[in-house]
Ligand binder design. Structure first.
Ligand code: BGC
Length: 424
């Protein structure tokens, strides 16, 4: 793919207080977690490995990853990058890239391994974790639910039962009471749509149980969980800034046909607005994860088949502009880009991706969208859920055998860009 160089980020201006950062999620980097996902991984690793050639054989890097993707170990998170113990080293990567923000999740199953029993050592761990960010002048963005649940909560029905929401609210409240002095930004729920679609419709996530009605119930409960947690958090202190992180692809008609245009609008509504409308009044800003656009012909999504990432996803990074403008036109909230990135193990596209994304973000800002910051997914290579360990989203590559982290060339470049844009 050509590497367009017009509108290089270094020529753009971003506000002095813009947040420049990277994101992770506990289960994807920490290693050694015990939650509903780790249980599911062990039960399903063999099946996932056997299905991989049929499910992922179209991936452009398939020949390079086939051995790993057909090995059951790929689907067991296990020790991973051992970020739980090596976080200081990983935070040094933030500093090396001149970043001033970092999004991560607090693993509920660690701090409350049994219902009502708090693990003081785990809480202390996250206290030290936050202190390590503070020493580096990095603004934390704390996620409370990023797809993983304590086994006890999942066994009692998880978010399928409305009456269970209170356990999540208690967890949220306790976290801000115990640790809240060291952060302001909170994401209650990450990508509710992905959690529901993958868990109950497409079946690549636990609980892997098909059911449209159940899916809708969980979706609505996640909106309630956000609203109630946000109120509880603000009751502790109004200085917290709370939101969800919404996965917001941009849907556009591939032709002028009436059906394509109407379908694109309907899909966008189902994807974004159905949920956002339910929570927006309890959001101080809107967290947005942007990975791709969806081109709609008739009533189907049919994306271009060339210029795809390692996962086969269409790469249209500049379209983030349209996603941001649309969301701001509708909801009038400041936007924090909580995730954006590309699976690119050979680091072929990442530099181009970031440069196009930042240009798109800047265009959106020129059109009046107040963007608070940009967090790249991800700081380090990690566990990509149902795909396991082979997709490489990291700014830093991780050698899982040695634990060694190495900033990819695109990350070294990005660090220099941030330095210019932050004017430091
Ligand atoms: C999720 C991340 C995931 C990333 C790339 C988002 O759906 O929040 O956990 O790794 O996208 O797929």
């Amino acid at each position: 793919m050509a590497q367009p160089s017009e509108q290089q980020p270094k020529e753009m201006l971003f506000p002095k207080r813009f947040l420049w950062g990277a994101s992770t999620a506990a289960h994807q980097v920490e290693g050694g977690n015990h939650n509903q996902w780790s249980v599911w991984e062990l039960e399903n690793a063999k099946t996932l490995a056997a299905q991989a050639p049929y499910k992922d054989g179209h991936a452009p890097v398939w020949n390079e990853v086939r051995r790993q993707a057909t090995n059951p170990n790929n689907y067991v998170s296990g020790r991973l990058a051992n970020h739980y113990q090596r976080f200081e080293e990983d935070f040094d990567l933030l500093t090396a890239m001149n970043m001033n923000a970092y999004r991560f999740s607090i693993e509920w199953s660690r701090v409350e391994p049994k219902q009502g029993q708090w693990d003081a050592a785990a809480v202390q761990h996250y206290r030290e974790y936050l202190a390590a960010l503070k020493r580096r002048h990095v603004e934390p963005v704390v996620t409370l639910f990023h797809f993983t649940l304590p086994v006890w909560f999942s066994e009692m029905g998880g978010f399928e039962k409305r009456s269970n929401i209170r356990y999540f609210v208690e967890f949220a409240e306790r976290i801000v009471r115990e640790l809240g002095k060291d952060f302001r930004f909170i994401i209650t729920v990450n990508e509710p749509d992905t959690y529901v679609a993958q868990g109950y419709i497409e079946l690549h996530f636990p609980p892997q149980t098909y059911g449209l009605r159940r899916a809708l119930r969980v979706y609505n409960n996640l909106a309630r969980a956000h609203n109630r947690a946000a109120k509880a958090i603000r009751a502790v202190s109004p200085r917290f800034k709370v939101s969800v992180a919404k996965n917001s692809p941009y849907f556009y008609p591939g032709d002028d046909a009436w059906l394509s245009r109407v379908s694109a609008l309907c899909m966008q509504y189902v994807q974004d607005d159905y949920f956002i409308k339910k929570v927006i009044r309890q959001c101080d800003f809107l967290g947005v994860n942007y990975y791709f656009s969806n081109r709609v012909y008739g009533y189907r999504v049919h994306n271009p088949e060339k210029d795809v990432s390692d996962l086969g996803w269409d790469m249209a990074p500049g379209d983030i502009e349209h996603a941001l403008v649309r969301l701001h036109d509708r909801y009038k909230k400041p936007i924090l880009i909580t995730e954006n990135g590309v699976a690119d193990q050979n680091d072929e596209y990442r530099k181009w991706w970031i440069s196009q994304t930042l240009a798109g973000v800047r265009r959106a800002m020129d059109e009046g969208v107040p963007v608070l910051g940009y967090m790249h997914w991800s700081l380090i290579d990690n566990f990509e859920w149902g795909f396991g360990k082979w997709p490489r989203f990291g700014l830093a590559a991780v050698n899982y055998a040695t634990g060694e982290r190495t900033l990819r060339p695109s990350a070294v470049w990005f660090g220099k860009v941030i330095k210019k844009l932050r004017r430091i």
